[in-house]
Design a protein around this ligand. Sequence first.
Ligand code: NAP
Length: 512
Amino acid sequence: MTHLCVPIFVHSREQALRDAILAAENGADLVEYRIDTFTDTGDIYILVQNSPLPCIVTCRSSAEGGHCELSDEERLKIFETPGPDEARYLDLEFETFKRLALSPPGGYGSLILSSHDFKGRPDRLYNLISEMTASPANVVKIVWTARTVRDNLEAFEILLARQKPTIALCMGEAGIISRILAKKFGAFLTFASLSKSAETAPGQISIHDMKRLYRWDALNPATKVFGVVGSPIMHSMSPAIHNAAFEQIGFDGVYVPLLVNEGYESFKAFMESFLAFAPLNLGGLSITIPHKENSLRYLKEKGAAIDPLAESIGALNTIVIDQQLTGFSTDYAAILDSITTKLNITREQLKDYRIAVLGAGGTGRTAVAALAHYGATVVIYNRTHEKAEALAAEFNGQTGKVVAARFEKLCDSCCRIFINTTSVGMHPKAAASPVDGHDVKFTPDTLVFDTIYNPIKTKLLQTAEAAGAPIITGVEMFVRQAAGQFEAWTHKTAPVDLMRKVVEERLGVDAG
Ligand code: NAP
């Protein structure tokens, strides 16, 4: 069993006990009392005796990232007070233990010997683990700062090869999966903070997120792993949406954020190492900025099956990892299906429509390629006109007609559908609209689609609604692209209503 442990910085006995009760209520089964700056042995004794959960007591030296300035000898004196109790653990740095040539302190039931590297991976990682395993420690704990997301795989290897109860964690944003997947790999514990602002180490996630967002209770060695690859990544709503959907249909999967630095080489190194690590049971990936083009290039190099439309767009957002690799884009399908569902038409009927696409960036390109593929007439408006012209030239005539027009001409447009793919109107600049200053007359016959999902109802959509025009929000697109991924990975129908609810709830909170 892997413990879910909440670390508590002790400022007073009362506060620590209060926090420990809260930790228990939130589902922790272990607490760690960090007494770095609270060294009253009498109070610590009472705290430990009255702890509502089994506990670890740690007085971390400043040399290993803690706050205690006492000498090693003074620190060790603190631990002489409490009586033995199997439910208690003392955490001591392995270096201190070796330096003082200690025999295990007698005051606590079990000894955790720990090693921390805040700069990166220890040079002698595997030697260190062997030495610690051969020591009198009851539990071995190794923690280092992930240099890249690949460092997590070494933490998992250490856990799989463990000779005694072991904790192996990577700090920082890139190391988050070592915390979430600790249970899958049989760690002694993982740490989770009591709240988002109470982390005791970089990259620690809250117990609420661990339990609710990352499905702690459901995790087991066979759990399939999915994730979103990008940089930055922690703002992504995809873990919330996919994990809630896994939960809903009872699928044994977990979806995690995977921070992979910019550049093709980083992406390739990530893919090679994660695909090769079989115990991970990696089932699929969502790909976001800046790796949508890199993922296409990688899959092409690997000779993987690639959706031809994604290839012509030049980017993909979904990888299925099965007997073979498959890459495709659910973004374009989400754009097409949002429109065709709203108008109750088939994709093929788009050829009867003239559609204005505002923007010529990544999303604009996806929209243009998809709509033109189904024969629509597409007019591209973009702040940088040359980009609109280049995009039009690339896709014009393949199936549909694609032209570029100057933004100033937007008022003359006789388009039936308007799609905003620019970032104008996005939070926090929600007071702007891409049609500001243009005399665009929406009517009940115009369909207006804003791909922006934060805010859900942009100024553009409010203007459209006020004119009686039907609208499509960016949430619709976001949910559809996620549902497409979910179905490709699980072969089950996506719980779309739940996914939409999760996104709307999170935007309600995040959009402020
Ligand atoms: P991108 O590649 O950076 O393209 C940005 C586009 O916005 C370009 O056409 C750019 O014009 C235009 N733009 C930016 N600032 C502008 C301004 N002040 N005035 C006029 N035009 C401006 O970005 P992207 O990845 O395509 O994303 C664009 C939008 O799509 C974002 O708002 C994002 O939220 C949304 N999106 C939604 C979903 C979904 O699932 N709902 C998925 C992906 C993206 P220039 O060429 O002149 O710079």
